[in-house]
Design a protein around this ligand. Sequence first.
Ligand SMILES: Cc1cc2nc3c(=O)[nH]c(=O)nc-3n(C[C@H](O)[C@H](O)[C@H](O)COP(=O)(O)O)c2cc1C
Length: 132
Amino acid sequence: MLAQTFYVSKSTFAPHNVADKDILHQADQNNPKLELTGCLFRASNLYAQILEGPVQSIETMMRAIRLDARHYDILEWPMTETSERAFPEWSMGYAKKEIADAELAAFGHAQPRQISEIAEVLRNVFEAGYKT
Ligand SMILES: Cc1cc2nc3c(=O)[nH]c(=O)nc-3n(C[C@H](O)[C@H](O)[C@H](O)COP(=O)(O)O)c2cc1C
């Protein structure tokens, strides 16, 4: 079964730190094997990530991500079933240009939104020039 999950978290390190490069490297190595795609957004002190793929793969990856000391205060949306991927073409996307904190934080503060709706917003952000 194909599913999506989403979370927003606070980063332990400043952007462009080696920690970000390591995360991207790990994702490039692991995500294709687990059939995971998605996008990772990085603001000045926040991360936001859509992760999609087989349920089992998402569960495995989220267990590691929840324990990762490079971020904290993870606000996680419940995994939902999806019929198609919002980010099929990336094993992992990374916002080259920094997206505003407020833009990411809003996902956590606003009325709870469906992951599919958030994915749509984030896809537009990527397509507007954030894609690496
Ligand atoms: C914000 C954030 C996003 C992450 N996203 C991924 C990811 O998509 N894929 C991945 O393999 N690791 C990701 N990680 C790293 C994992 O928590 C974990 O360190 C890594 O999967 C371990 O990989 P390894 O067993 O190959 O060393 C992320 C970490 C953080 C802090």
